[in-house]
Design a binder for this molecule. Structure first.
Ligand code: SF4
Length: 490
């Protein structure tokens, strides 16, 4: 099936395409984006002995593009493409041509693209933006946005029960003889924790047996064995801090605000000032944002994006990030967080990142903060947090903490040279003029979530989340590319 956008020479019915408006977004996408890179990208995933693939990779990738642009399921995008003239024109088919089966589309997404090649898809669109001269700024904005897992969260005992049931069912269906030989499911007794330990022992025994008897297991049964293996090896499972789903063992609890948690993934994003996403790194929801900065900067520079400034929030102001940016001669427009230079362990005050305040030993949060001391003087610059003295006066822990003074404060001094230099930069006019630029990434996060359903994972596991994140970023970049092209041509 050849892709052809001049169908009029091939099919009498192609005249119907004159009904697709000249300014239709799909005509603009076809004009602006070169999709042919996909043929080379996936060519190694096809077997050479079976010759050319039945449906060209570009056709299947264009279907994926439609799917992520319009938020359609595999079945729906195939069905709609059958009679939607704009879709069919975009796919390069004649109106009377048939479409591939939806299972072919999912096989292409999972096996041909997969979680590794899908990252190259984003790289290709960024390169096209660079080649078209659409990226002229040298600033990279970094942030993260969360996506809820496509799975319910369970208690450890339920995770184990579900993992065992799924594995036993799969085994019974595919290897009924072996199923008759496996150890009997244990009669669980005692507290939930004791029952969970009994199940863990059973699953460990079962896994060892299956690895011995079925060394070549593949497909869904292998997936189930691997999930059981992951669960058995998870040291945090019984403390409710590890795996919380037998169908999505990669998702984790993360924090999205002071009192709200989520169960799922974090998409760490780097974007240029022109709002082109240059890099994404997907992690479980509990991963620290600050740790991802160097990966995102490195991935962006590998795409020939020249960077002289990084804008990010306080979560990225770790000393190692500032040192890294300094060594790369990149300006760090990143406000400092006390979390990076730390509270003193012995006095039991703790920094609360979500609120950018400090919590005292009695559990009360500071009510305001101020910068005190100055850089370049004998006094180290400090961040001073103020507590409500009406509460302190009544506090059972006030002895040694509060002496009936007018104010109760807690100061954190800024110790490292990198942080002192950063503090000085943060007081400069240059930073004050630039700091507002960071907020444009919030529009991008909103677009990903509201227009392209990144609020919830479409697929399961980190593998699926990567596919969703990179394909969504591809689509969002294409939309932006069209806007930038239009703006440059005016
Ligand atoms: S005295 Fe005030 S700051 Fe100290 S522990 Fe009590 S409430 Fe917290």
């Amino acid at each position: 099936m050849l892709l052809n956008h001049n169908q009029s020479s091939l099919s009498f019915h192609s005249e119907l395409y004159s009904f697709v408006p000249a300014d239709h977004i799909l005509r603009r996408v076809h004009e602006v984006v070169d999709f042919s890179f996909i043929n080379d990208l996936v060519k190694d995933s096809y077997c050479v002995y079976y010759g050319r693939p039945a449906n060209e990779p570009e056709l299947l990738f264009r279907l994926l593009f439609l799917q992520f642009l319009y938020n359609l399921s595999d079945e729906r995008v195939i069905e709609d493409s059958q009679y939607n003239l704009a879709y069919k024109w975009f796919l390069g088919l004649n109106p009377e041509d048939s479409l591939p089966d939806s299972s072919q589309l999912s096989r292409f997404r999972v096996h041909r693209l997969g979680a590794n090649r899908v990252e190259r898809v984003l790289e290709h669109i960024v390169k096209q933006c660079v080649e078209n001269g659409l990226i002229q700024s040298q600033a990279l904005i970094i942030d993260s946005t969360h996506t809820l897992a496509n799975a319910a969260k369970d208690k450890p005992l339920d995770v184990l029960k579900k993992a065992a049931n799924r594995l036993l069912k799969g085994l019974k269906k595919q290897y009924s003889n072996l199923y008759k030989m496996i150890p009997t499911y244990p009669k669980l007794e005692g507290t939930d924790k004791e029952k969970a330990i009994q199940l863990l022992q059973y699953l460990a025994e079962l896994k060892d047996l299956l690895e011995e008897k079925l060394p070549d297991a593949e497909g869904s049964l292998l997936d189930k064995i691997n999930i059981v293996k992951q669960i058995i090896e998870d040291e945090r499972l019984l403390s409710h801090k590890g795996i919380a789903s037998a169908v999505d063992p990669d998702a984790r609890f993360g924090r999205k605000s002071k009192s709200r948690t989520f169960y799922g993934y974090k998409n760490h994003i780097a974007m240029t000032e022109e709002e082109i996403i240059t890099a994404i790194h997907v992690t479980p929801g509990n991963e620290d944002d600050g740790k991802q900065l160097q990966t995102l900067v490195n991935k962006s520079t590998e795409l020939q994006i020249s960077i002289d400034e990084v804008l990010a929030d306080t979560a990225y102001s770790r000393k190692d990030n500032l040192t890294f940016l300094q060594s790369e001669e990149i300006k760090a427009s990143i406000p400092l967080s006390p979390a990076v230079y730390g509270t003193r362990e012995e006095d039991k005050f703790q920094y609360d990142k979500e609120n950018d305040e400090v919590i005292c030993p009695a559990g009360h949060m500071s009510i305001r903060k101020a910068k005190t001391g100055r850089t370049g003087t004998a006094n180290n610059p400090c961040l001073t947090f103020y507590f409500d003295t009406d509460i302190c006066k009544q506090c059972p822990l006030r002895e040694g903490c509060y002496n009936n003074t007018k104010e109760k404060t807690y100061s954190i001094s800024i110790k490292s040279e990198e942080h002192k230099q950063q503090m000085a930069y943060l007081e400069s006019d240059e930073y004050l003029q630039r700091k507002g630029v960071r907020s444009i990434i919030e529009h991008k996060n909103a677009e990903l979530k509201n227009a392209h359903r990144m609020t919830r994972a479409k697929y399961r596991g980190q593998f699926g989340m990567r596919i969703q994140a990179f394909l969504t970023a591809f689509v969002v970049n294409v939309k932006r590319m069209i806007k930038l092209k239009d703006a440059f041509s005016q």
